[in-house]
Design a protein around this ligand. Structure first.
Ligand SMILES: Cc1cc2nc3c(=O)[nH]c(=O)nc-3n(C[C@H](O)[C@H](O)[C@H](O)COP(=O)(O)O)c2cc1C
Length: 475
């Protein structure tokens, strides 16, 4: 059965030993960020739990963190697949078999249990953490799901974009120029009309997974979430904007982005592991807030990778890229990995069952064309190299590469604006120098017949492994 809401999912994580409740009082303005960072430093992914901070100093609302992706194992539970491998199968099926959402009335929508309008709205009463203390100018929402509609087609979008707390009913926003929601704003701006927005904080996990993943803008992301959960998402009409939100959401903010207006926003500790630049960005005026009784506030753990952010973005990107290369371009790749050190974007490793000289070039252009931001560093290895084994990839890079022949640099191509190598820290977010960069592909496949590998024969290794205890080396 699909999770009804975030709280049912939190209970399930706890039953699986994947969630810890922190009852000690914590300060949201420095301590939550430090605890979350130590969680990633101290505990390996297989054992790492998500957290509920139950006692946030000065607030009645608990903070939930890491519940969508403190590890791939947690992500698998969020998608209700038994295994990490099952995640891709779920996504594949969901994208091809969307389930339309279903409207329910306000009386059947727990998110309407409390409704505040106008001056009664005060987001400073929410326990929004400060993440990079001493650098971020304010607390930031890191797991908002922003809902907008294309003013021409009416197709809905759900996306996660950081929101800086700017006052009781105002936030800043950073929406990448090519994001789906940016197109909705451009179209409204052209008509000098505001963009209506509903922001969901805390919902059934599938809503979060679609919110941070790229998919065709012709798809209603709630329909994909429905397919991921195996049941329609129940939606309810907003109070003040012509939009719909999940009926079991914890907290909903409704309002508008004024047309063609911007203000100073940021900087913010980013997924690259560095502070992202500040800039002039649109802002969000909140008109109404609805919330459940005893709401949960949800945050994504982001900033320096590895993080919840790099985990969930990596999974949401690897599978579509794999499908694009294998099924659309029909290149015989075996596996690929967007490494978390590169924020699950900059550093791409692909294994290929190479059929002919030149196929690596076809592959690198194929990967670079799917999303301009992926694979600033792209490494291609043979299909006997496991892309998840860092040592094996380093071994291939060391002995299968002749730098004068196997390194391809592509200059003057679109770059990622948040890449700190593009421009000094004081250059604003949307300055042109941030958007023209370069990429490199390293062909670490074998180009000629190689000598035999210097390992004992496989049958000897297998025999010794089967008798391992007899040697008395390990208990
Ligand atoms: C924690 C987190 C924070 C994010 N913050 C932003 C952001 O501030 N601006 C942005 O453009 N994308 C941000 N993203 C990436 C988008 O959520 C992602 O590209 C998503 O696909 C956007 O939705 P869309 O595809 O519907 O445009 C963030 C992702 C995560 C996981």
């Amino acid at each position: 059965m699909a999770y009804r809401d975030l709280r049912e999912y939190v209970t399930t994580l706890e039953k699986h030993g994947k969630l810890k409740r922190v009852t000690k009082e914590v300060d949201k303005d420095w301590e939550i960020a430090a605890v979350c960072r130590q969680l990633f430093k101290k505990i390996p992914p297989q054992k790492r739990p998500a957290l509920v901070f139950e006692n946030v100093k000065g607030f009645k609302i608990p903070v939930v963190a890491g519940v969508l992706g403190a590890s791939r194992e947690i992500y698998a539970l969020g998608l209700q697949t038994e295994t990490v491998e099952g995640i891709n199968r779920k996504w594949d099926h969901a994208l091809g078999h969307p389930i339309e959402p279903r409207m329910v009335s306000a009386k059947d929508a727990p998110c309407k249990e409390n409704i505040l309008h106008g001056k009664d709205v005060d987001i400073t009463k929410l326990p929004v953490p400060t993440w990079t203390v001493g650098e971020d100018p304010a607390p930031f929402f890191t797991s908002p799901y922003l809902i907008t509609k294309d003013p021409e087609t009416g197709v809905r979008n759900v996306g996660t974009y950081r929101m800086e707390v700017k006052g009781p009913n105002k936030t800043g926003l950073l929406i990448g120029k090519r994001q789906d929601m940016a197109w909705h704003m451009y179209k409204n701006n052209a008509q000098n009309k505001p963009t209506p927005v509903a922001v969901v904080i805390g919902a059934d996990p599938t809503i979060g997974y679609v919110s941070v993943s790229k998919m065709s803008d012709a798809l209603d992301e709630f329909a994909v979430a429905g397919a991921l959960r195996g049941a329609p998402v129940d939606l309810v009409a907003c109070e003040t904007v012509p939009l719909e939100v999940p009926a079991t959401a914890e907290i909903v903010l409704e309002g508008e982005i004024p047309p063609n207006a911007s203000e100073h926003e940021g900087p913010f500790g980013e997924y690259t592991g560095y502070m992202g630049p500040a800039g002039n960005e649109p802002f969000f005026n909140i008109k109404c807030m609805t919330y459940r009784n005893k709401p949960l506030y949800q945050a994504f753990i982001s900033q320096m990778p590895p993080s919840e952010s790099s985990c969930i973005r990596g999974i949401g990107r690897e599978w579509p890229l794999f499908k694009h290369l294998k099924d659309v371009l029909r290149i015989p790749i075996k596996d690929l990995r967007l490494k978390e050190a590169g924020g699950s974007g900059a550093y791409l490793v692909i294994s290929l069952k190479k059929e002919f000289v030149g196929q690596v070039r076809q592959l690198m252009y194929g990967a670079w064309s799917q999303r301009t931001g992926f694979g600033k560093i792209t490494v291609v290895v043979d299909d006997d190299i496991d892309v998840w084994d860092d040592f094996a990839v380093d071994w291939a890079l060391s002995w299968h590469v002749r730098p004068d022949k196997d390194v391809y640099i592509e200059r003057d191509v679109q770059a990622v604006g948040l890449d700190p190598s593009q421009a000094p820290a004081d250059v604003l977010q949307h300055h042109p120098s941030r958007y023209v960069g370069s990429r490199v592909a390293i062909d670490a496949t074998r180009k000629h017949k190689y000598p035999a590998i210097s390992l004992p024969p496989k049958e000897h290794l297998d025999l010794v492994a089967s008798r391992w205890k007899e040697y008395g080396i390990e208990d």
